[in-house]
Structures are given as C-alpha cells and as structure tokens.
Ligand binder design. Structure first.
Ligand SMILES: *Cc1c(COP(=O)(O)O)cnc(C)c1O
Length: 402
C-alpha cells in the first residue's frame, strides 16, 4: 500500500466503532475492568488492555502505530512535545559519568538542556561542527550517545547519517537523530543506522500550528522498553485530544509536504536571483553544500530554509523589511499551514558566536513557507524588499558566496 493510502486507511478499525469515520478521542485518565482477574493481569503488565492514560491510551496508540510504520521503526512512543521526546530519549540512554557528542547545528533548547540540566547530573556534552567528516577522534571512552539533526533547522547543514552512525556504532555509542525537518516521508534515519529517531511533531506532522507533539521511534525492542519506562515516569505523555489532531494532520501530510516543497523551492529560487540577497540556505538548491548527499539521503524538501540579505544601510532597514510583510507572520516555530519569518538578528554575544561557528550571518532570516499560493508569497517578499536598503555600494552586486 502506498503511503498516501496508508495514512487514509482506517477501514478495519471502524468495525469496532459503529462505522464512525473518525477514531474516537478516548477522554479517560483511567480504565476499569470487568473482573478482579482481568485487573490483576493488567496490573502485572499482561493483557492487551489499558490501565491508566499516562501509560497508554487508545487514541494515542492509533497515532503511534501509524508513525512507527512511516518511520520504518519497530515501535513508536508519542510525547507531550518534541522537547519531551528528546529529553526523555537522552535520559533513557545515559548515566552519570557518560559523555554525549552532539552536532553543533542541533535545535537550540537541546544544547540548553545539556548545559543547564544534564551537566548537573554528571553528564558531559561536547559539540562538533556539522561539516566534520570523521567524529572518531572526538569519541571518548565514556561516549554513550551521538546526537544528530539533519538538515539542521537553523543552518540547514546536511550530515552524512550512514557514515556518522557507523563511526558511533564502531565505538559502541548509540545514535539519536532529530528528523523534524524532513519528516518520515522524506527521510528515514533508521535506514542509515540511527537507533532512535525523534521529532517535533508540532511542526509538519501535525501541521496546523494547533498542537504540541513529540515522537520517538526505535528499531530496538530493548531500547523501546527503556524509553517507555523513562517517558512514562517523567509524565511526558501525549493527551488523546492532541493525538486526534495529529492523526487528522497526518492524513494530509503527503499533500501538504508536496505543496511546501513546491512553494519553498519557488521562493528560494526567486530569492537567489534577487540583488539584495546575499545567500539562500536551502538544501534543495544545487549550489547548497552537500546537495548531492542530501539528494541521496532524502526523498524531498520541506518548506523551511534560510535567507541572508546584504547588510543593511541602517538597523531600521531590518524593521522596514520585516514589518512590510503581509503573508509571513513574525514568529518562531514552523511546519504549519501558514508562512512565518524568524529574524535571526541578535545582540547577544553568545548567540552571535554560535551563529559565527555555524557560518550564519546576523542578517539572516528563516522562512517557513506555508501552503498559500506561491506567487502571492513571492509578491509579498518582493514588495517588502523595496523597503530594504542595503549598505552603500552593496546593492546590485552579485556575491560569489551565493
Ligand atoms: C521545535 C523543534 C523541537 C522541539 O519541539 P517542541 O514540540 O517545540 O517541543 C525539536 N527539534 C527541532 C528541530 C525543532 O524545530
């Protein structure tokens, strides 16, 4: 069965619910049993039923079953947010004294979690540049985990997943990969050896900016048991209403991604030829570093990418450009139906240093290209850029870093 059909197929399950087209939202914290015997078996962890929704809920299970298949995993666990998935997965596999090797281009709050929470528990984290080909020299005797994200959701660096997983495994380390950008439709990191895959399902999977969702999948039964234990004890559980919204979002994921891809490429190509644009960071452009690898590793491009403008004549130019946009909302997050712009501009020296390490300029913007008509989005950017004056002498020049 093709993915599109699989995501719409709920035929057999309908028999158990009077033929209702949509799955019920099981709004129940607890479940009751017909007999003491049935209750005792559930308490002992035997039997198929449900006991308490922190540990499992039928609506959440329906979502987990679909996502496990999509990701090519043996098991899936949904959590209350992407960060709940990531933190539970890290906590499940490391112990005091362990070392974690992390790609510098990972999601910012993951770095904060490692610095502000895990360091205090005796877990050391070091970071490697996303262009590192060989991480072997960076692995330590206590390196238990290598943490990856590709493409990075700020700098869009492409990692060679098969190579990095092999290097980690030779050393006996596990690999977690954040697959939020590509979604399981366009990339399946388990195929390249990743032991655990995590998602912010808040983004494309749910797709409508109306729900927080985390996803953990694994190809290893032993890891699943451990992940389930830790996520459940942390109380990082997804609620049934959120699971329902995500199931609804999943039905149109193939259609939405195709549109995000088309719009994203159209906007990226248009920006790339604009004289006020310094650089476009879109893995689908042939000029993007490691574009060839990205083409082999992924089956498509989502709609999130970066654009850097030539430095402005004055700081007011940034405001004039961003405030003139009508279809791009100013805000964080991405992957919803609506277009968003995230200005990266910062006056914080620590953040600026992080940008510099990733090769990002202070005049960068991240665009989450939504499902609107692509021509309207381009017209919006074109009009807003007429309000932006680059520094003297820069306007109209073609830059070879493009
Ligand atoms: C948003 C995001 C997360 C965190 O997900 P939440 O659902 O917001 O907790 C993790 N990874 C990436 C790449 C993200 O963009």
């Amino acid at each position: 069965m093709k993915t599109t059909t699989f995501l719409l197929d709920d035929g057999l399950a309908r028999r158990d619910r009077f033929g209702a087209v949509n799955p019920p939202i099981y709004h129940a914290s607890t479940f009751t049993f017909p007999t003491l015997q049935a209750f005792l078996e559930a308490m002992a962890g035997r039997g198929e039923g449900y006991l308490y929704s922190r540990e499992g809920n039928p609506t959440v299970r329906a979502l987990e079953d679909k996502l496990a298949v999509l990701e090519g995993a043996d098991a899936c666990l949904c959590t209350a947010s992407g960060m709940a998935a990531i933190t539970a997965a890290i906590l499940a596999v490391v112990q005091a004294g362990d070392h974690v090797l992390v790609v510098e281009s990972c999601y910012g709050p993951v770095r904060r979690f490692l610095h502000e929470v895990m360091a205090g528990l005796g877990i050391t984290a070091t970071f490697f540049h996303p262009e590192t080909d060989d991480i072997t020299p960076l692995l330590r005797s206590r390196t238990r985990l290598v943490y990856l994200e590709s493409p990075g959701s700020l700098s869009f660096h492409i990692l060679d997943l098969a190579r990095l997983c092999a290097q980690a495994h030779r050393h006996g380390a596990l690999v977690i990969t954040d697959n939020s950008w590509a979604t399981p439709l366009y990339q399946q990191p388990h195929r390249f050896g990743s032991d655990i895959v995590v998602h912010s399902g808040t983004k494309y999977i749910a797709g409508h900016s109306d729900v927080l969702l985390g996803v953990i999948t694994t190809t290893r039964k032993d890891l699943y048991t451990r992940l389930k234990t830790v996520a459940t004890l942390l109380g990082a559980t997804l609620g049934p209403a959120e699971a329902y919204l995500a199931l609804r979002g999943l039905r149109t994921l193939p259609l939405r991604l195709a549109r995000h891809q088309e719009n994203g490429l159209a906007v990226a190509r248009w920006l790339q030829s604009h004289p006020k644009v310094r650089r476009v960071l879109h893995p689908g452009l042939p000029t993007f570093p490691r574009h060839e690898l990205a083409t082999r590793q992924m089956q498509g491009w989502s709609g999130l990418f970066g654009v850097e403008l030539h430095p402005p004549a004055s700081p007011e130019q940034r405001h004039a450009f961003v405030n003139a946009l009508r279809h791009f909302g100013i805000g964080v997050s991405w992957g919803g139906y609506e277009s968003l712009i995230l200005p990266l501009y910062t006056e914080d020296p620590a953040v600026a240093a992080h940008y510099a390490r990733l090769g990002l300029s202070n005049d960068g913007y991240r665009l989450s290209v939504g499902l609107e008509d692509g021509d309207d989005l381009i017209a919006d950017l074109e009009a807003a850029l007429t309000h932006y004056e680059p520094d003297d002498g820069r306007e109209g020049t073609m830059d070879d870093t493009r």
